[in-house]
Ligand binder design. Structure first.
Ligand SMILES: C[S@@+](CC[C@H](N)C(=O)[O-])C[C@H]1O[C@@H](n2cnc3c(N)ncnc32)[C@H](O)[C@@H]1O
Length: 246
């Protein structure tokens, strides 16, 4: 999507991110990461407004974050306890921080915000380089599905009341594996467009990116409650580990 870069998400969404982007899984996500992490030094790639990082910091983890958007970081900094978290403004493809970290995580489909396969591969390689031996990297991402698509496109009504209608238009490019979303909010105040392009990858492709970075898949679940990953799973939580002798 021309004109969309690593800073665009935050510029468009920071003001209402916390109100509109609650996946309803935060407590379970925090609990699983706290349980899995092989040590206390955590790295969150694309930390956003601290939805996951803040509760982990409150549990005594030493959390470092990377985030491309100053607007998202400013929202994080408004929250009590955020001064315990070190945040670097930068690109998760580059991982501009120095570890070592015991555990890194990249949740809420954000791997797919990286708009080239090269950038996704770099994200894995640069994260792996900052992990301790036996350190782990957790990814949460949706499983690409195209139910309801016709002619590679779909339009859905997400919310409707007396004063508003929120539509989501999406086009699918199966050649490039890109889903281009446009969230269209129509109200008495006018029309607001919130675009989001996503370069999706299937779980085996993600495993291959990890393998190229020297990481091995150790667990995959279909939910934060460790439910099994099945053909019906809409998303996966995958955990990769660096060899203990690396
Ligand atoms: C869906 S939000 C997730 C935020 C947070 N991890 C959470 O789960 O609530 C995606 C975040 O990724 C950030 N982002 C997108 N592309 C990025 C990039 N290339 N490098 C760093 N951050 C990026 C956005 O600014 C946004 O804060």
């Amino acid at each position: 999507m021309e004109g969309y870069d690593a800073t665009t998400f935050g510029a468009l969404n920071a003001a209402d991110y916390d109100a509109l982007h609650d996946p309803g899984t935060t407590d379970a996500c925090v609990a699983l990461i706290a349980d899995l992490a092989p040590g206390k030094r955590l790295l969150e790639l694309a930390i956003g407004t601290g939805r996951v990082a803040l509760p982990l910091a409150q549990q005594g983890f030493a959390v470092t974050g990377i985030e491309a958007s100053y607007e998202m970081i400013a929202k994080l900094r408004e929250k009590p306890g955020s001064d315990a978290i070190a945040v670097t403004c930068g690109d998760i493809a580059d991982v501009p921080v120095t570890g070592p970290f015991d555990h890194a995580f990249l949740v809420f489909n954000t791997l797919f915000n990286l708009q080239t396969q090269a950038a996704q591969i770099s994200c894995f390689a640069n994260t792996a380089a900052q992990l301790t031996p036996a350190g782990t990297f957790l990814i949460e991402a949706f499983v690409p599905r195209f139910d309801g698509f016709r002619n590679h496109q779909k339009l859905e009504t997400k919310r409707l009341d007396m004063g508003n209608v929120w539509l989501e238009a999406v086009t699918h490019d199966p050649v490039e594996q890109v889903l281009s979303f446009q969230r269209i909010r129509i109200s008495d105040d006018g029309i607001r467009l919130v675009p989001l392009p996503m370069l999706y990858a299937y779980p085996p492709e993600i495993d291959l990116m990890a393998r190229l970075a020297g990481l091995q898949l150790v667990d995959r679940w279909g939910g934060w409650d460790k439910s099994p990953f099945t053909a019906e799973s809409s998303f996966h939580i995958s955990v990769y580990r660096k060899p203990a002798d690396a």
